[in-house]
Design a protein around this ligand. Structure first.
Ligand SMILES: [Zn+2]
Length: 456
């Protein structure tokens, strides 16, 4: 891990016990917190962090390239499936270079909003028609490059994607997702290596995309060299059509199918779980499967509101993701979790503030294979996000209620593994540029992704 022994004095800090005032945090050269002291005076050499210092946010579910669809799919209504047609048109055009440029801008946008760790649910593996690149992991390596450039941690959820629907072969652009079978997928993934800020893990696209007998192979391949399961993520029951297809083919719900093939468990994250039955909720909770909800995407795509409170009560940890990036703001995701519940139940406070912060930081880190992340405590990763209390959005709010009012644009400083990545709202690694420069980079990257001029 980069970085040197460092210390910070925080005006306010959100500790595992809740918000605290005048907090000193020290970290070693390995980027791990070595001391946390509450009610302390600043010491010589401390970096002063004004506002509320939160643990770094984990964006548990991302498809980086979907960022190029923002503001380009909103006319004429449409459905999840018409949105997917646009997404496929985009996927058809990307190559490792345009993918790297786009992902770099997207990850920079994430870091500027306080995201210090991202789970990239990655299935765009191969070239047009399924042709292999010289390095069969060229697209995954482009994501590694992008994360390094933007300065955040990345768990590559390399995704097994074998069929276009249950018993439906992949066609057209979907051929780019195809490894042939789960064994070949596992062989390709095994060629990638972890580094200090990059981890390789597994995903099953969905029960639509991986035949039941291949699920066992994925689960087997996700066992690490230490015998411990690595994270496995899976899209689950985002749309009622998936449930209907699974019921018709297998006579059970997608959750039941995953349970029968050993996919569920504490190392597994089910993404969305929007249309699950009461029995599914029990299976997910009792197996300690994490559920990642993506409220801004689920409302944008008219997916529906999942039973997040019931899933949490059943035993599932709740994590959050910006998914297709209609916006990149983890505060909006965490508030969406609570606000959806308020609209449904007619009650406020369905999730406590402590639960919302858990979803923002430690739950997502654990789901992405960074169990030391998301907690400002000794032994935790020195990933710090300072949120301003003097912006128009936050001014006058009590520091202890900041997660309920702040937005990503209120993030002033981001430290990842003890290293300064954002300072004064400026990205410190990408040549010290500000938000407007990252926006310009995004315009060029989106145009490059669509293979058009930036103005069109
Ligand atoms: Zn997704």
């Amino acid at each position: 891990m980069r970085g040197v022994t460092c210390s910070w004095w925080c005006e306010h800090a959100w500790l595992p016990t809740g918000p605290a005032v005048s907090v000193r945090i020290e970290a070693g050269a390995d980027g791990v917190i070595t001391a946390v002291q509450v009610g302390a005076e600043p010491a010589p050499g401390d970096h002063l962090l004004q506002g509320m210092v939160m643990p770094g946010f984990a964006n548990t579910h991302s498809h980086a390239f979907h960022r190029a669809l923002r503001g380009r799919t909103q006319l004429d209504g449409g459905t999840f499936w018409t949105w997917r047609d646009r997404m496929y048109a985009l996927a058809d055009r990307l190559d490792p270079d345009t993918f790297r440029e786009l992902a770099t801008a997207v990850y920079a946008e994430m870091v500027l909003s306080g995201i210090t760790c991202v789970g990239e649910f990655h299935y765009l593996h191969h070239g047009p028609g399924g042709a292999r690149y010289g390095d069969p992991n060229a697209m995954g390596e482009a994501l590694r490059d992008a994360a390094h450039a933007a300065g955040l941690r990345l768990t590559l959820l390399d995704t097994c994607y074998l069929t276009g629907g249950i018993d439906v072969p992949l066609a057209g652009v979907q051929r780019r997702f195809d490894d042939g079978d789960a064994e070949s997928w596992a062989d390709r993934v095994s060629m990638m290596c972890d580094d200090d800020t990059f981890r390789v893990a597994a995903a099953v696209h969905s029960v639509r995309a991986v035949p039941a007998d291949q699920l066992d192979v994925v689960v087997e391949a996700a066992i690490g060299e230490d015998g411990m399961p690595r994270p496995v993520h899976v899209h689950l029951s985002e749309q009622p059509a998936e449930n209907a297809a699974c019921l018709a083919a297998y006579g059970c719900t997608p959750t039941q199918l995953l349970a029968a093939h050993g996919v569920l468990g504490s190392a597994t994250t089910a993404v969305h779980a929007t249309h699950v039955t009461a029995g599914d909720i029990v299976l997910l909770g009792e197996s300690r499967t994490t559920v990642c909800v993506c409220p801004t995407t689920e409302r944008d795509l008219a997916d529906g509101i999942g039973p997040a409170r019931a899933l949490a009560d059943a035993g599932s940890a709740i994590a959050l993701g910006t998914d297709q990036h209609v916006m990149v703001d983890m505060f909006a995701e965490s508030r969406g979790l609570e606000m959806n519940e308020r609209l449904r139940s007619g009650q406020r406070g369905r999730f406590s503030l402590a639960e919302l912060v858990d979803a923002l930081a430690p739950a997502g880190h654990a789901a992405l294979g960074w169990p030391a992340g998301g907690r400002l405590e000794v032994g935790g990763l020195a990933d710090l996000v300072a949120v301003r209390l003097d912006t128009l959005r936050t001014a006058g709010a009590l520091a202890g209620q900041i997660p309920l009012v702040a937005a990503g644009g209120d993030v002033d400083t981001v430290i990842i593994g003890g290293r300064l990545v954002v300072s004064g709202g400026q990205h410190a690694l990408l040549e010290g540029v500000g938000r407007s420069d990252i926006a310009g980079r995004m315009v060029r990257a989106v145009a490059g992704a669509w293979n058009t001029s930036p103005s069109s």
